[in-house]
Design a protein around this ligand. Structure first.
Ligand code: PLP
Length: 436
């Protein structure tokens, strides 16, 4: 596949944009380096690059594009919003409509606040939890990604129950020491951490269904234990649903039918982003009335935003949710995903490639290993070189995946049976190539 123009643009980008990309996940560093593909157009399930190659897209912009690229209903909403002015700096009726839609779909949220990214949403839930509990520490789970604010860019220390160490330069150790990292799906480790630091833990933060080291379901009872233990020690529960909200059904992980006992697993605060902006920048957080009333102008926890709740993002978000309200959309995404994952499993077996697939409705992750993946250690213990080779083989056959072994494949409402057949044909040839 000829990508001469992409390569030239990458050289040019390197001169002006740090690393040539505006988010490190877009670089090809995790799959052996080289020029990422520069796209010029996207429609439905497809991308076209600057050399006019077509790709079936499973990146979905890391999640938000669940209705496919340039969905007409979403595009129309953005055009109409733009024609009426993109930013007011005043309240609008649209924000109320969207807040009501979110509350109806995620009943643990009595009150909502819009921000501009998932990072902001998560960062603020932590501030609110600290303000409410008057405590400082946060417990998070290894491998869960919660955006790039200081407190959540912290890795586990050397033991299961140690204070964190910074995961990025520029984060003071003193901040990292406010964070405790424990393994996902491990309630005893959580209990151990709470036993040690419980008096000063403001919140336990988790992706209730993980999307950042593959797609990983909580083990039965894990979220119940997490909520029970947190409350026992006076800590709030924060769900980071930036990926999971509206991903598996019209609602969030906390109300997903795959998890029982919805009341017992309801969090105090929820962070949202991605899908709820229909492809424009957005974030939101919400929670119980009592906790949310900590936020300014009602309470002492300050949070603000010039762009927050802007009519363009809110209109795109409402339109996206309206598409997702149509009957059968999630069922169809799931049907096609099952066909795709069944096919991938079969071809991997045929060519002797160890492959574990974690599928949750219309999304899944591919782990090149022959063991289950239920936590970050198991996700790390997979063959990254084989994933990199598969990624490139698929790209060269017109299938766009995220350039990291930890990222998910996302289907959209735009994918068709033909796209799945095309992808499976590419996958068979790719497995054959990498098995050599
Ligand atoms: N939380 C989760 C679970 C995420 O996956 C991400 C981004 O991938 C974020 C938070 C940060 O969101 P944003 O990139 O919009 O800042």
């Amino acid at each position: 596949m000829n990508r001469v123009h992409s390569d030239q643009l990458y050289e040019e980008a390197l001169k002006h944009i740090v690393g040539g990309v505006n988010s490190p996940s877009r670089s090809f560093k995790a799959v052996g380096g080289g020029a990422p593909v520069f796209m010029k157009r996207a429609q439905g399930a497809y991308f076209w690059d600057v050399d006019d190659n077509r790709y079936v897209d499973y990146l979905a912009a890391y999640g938000p594009i669940i209705t496919g690229h340039a969905h007409p209903h979403v595009t129309r909403a953005i055009q109409e919003a733009a024609a009426n002015g993109t930013l007011y700096g005043t309240p609008t009726e649209l924000e109320i409509k969207m807040a009501k839609m979110l509350k109806q779909a995620i009943p643990s949220m009595d009150k909502v606040r819009f921000v501009n990214s998932g990072t902001e949403a998560v960062m603020t839930t932590i501030r609110v939890a600290r303000a409410y509990t008057k405590r400082n520490k946060i417990i998070k789970f290894a491998g869960c990604y919660h955006g790039h604010s200081d407190l959540v860019l912290v890795a586990a220390g050397s033991g299961p129950s140690t204070l964190g160490i910074p995961d990025s330069a520029g984060i003071p150790t003193s901040i990292a020491h406010e964070v405790i990292t424990v393994p996902f799906n491990d309630a005893p480790a959580l209990k151990e951490a709470l036993d040690k630091w419980g008096d000063d833990v403001a919140a336990v933060m988790v992706e209730p269904i993980v999307g950042n080291f593959g797609m990983v379901m909580p083990k039965p009872g894990f979220l119940e234990d997490l909520c029970r233990l947190s409350r026992q020690y006076g800590a709030l529960v924060i769900y980071d649903e930036v990926i999971t909200a509206f991903r598996f059904h019209y609602g969030s992980a906390q109300t997903y039918a795959g998890l029982d006992n919805h009341e017992a697993i309801a969090p105090d605060l929820t962070a949202l982003g991605k899908i709820i902006g229909g492809g424009l920048p957005i974030g939101a957080y919400g929670g119980t009335k009592e906790v949310m009333e900590q936020v300014a102008p009602l309470g002492p926890a300050y949070q603000a935003g010039t762009m927050a709740g802007n009519p363009a993002s809110i209109s795109a978000g409402i339109a996206c949710l309206e598409v997702l309200q149509q009957p059968g959309v999630y069922e169809e995404m799931e049907r096609l995903t099952i066909k795709l994952t069944d096919g991938l499993t079969g071809f991997a077996r045929q060519y002797g490639i160890p492959l574990t697939i974690n599928r949750i409705r219309g999304s899944f992750s591919t782990h090149f290993c022959d063991h289950p993946v239920t936590n970050y250690d198991e996700a790390q213990d997979t063959n990254g070189e084989m994933f990199a080779a598969f990624f490139r083989a698929m790209l060269n056959r017109g299938v766009n995946l995220a350039p990291s072994k930890y990222e998910a494949w996302f289907l959209t409402t735009a994918h068709t049976e033909e796209d799945i057949d095309f992808t499976l044909e590419a996958a068979e040839a790719s497995f054959k190539e990498i098995a050599k």
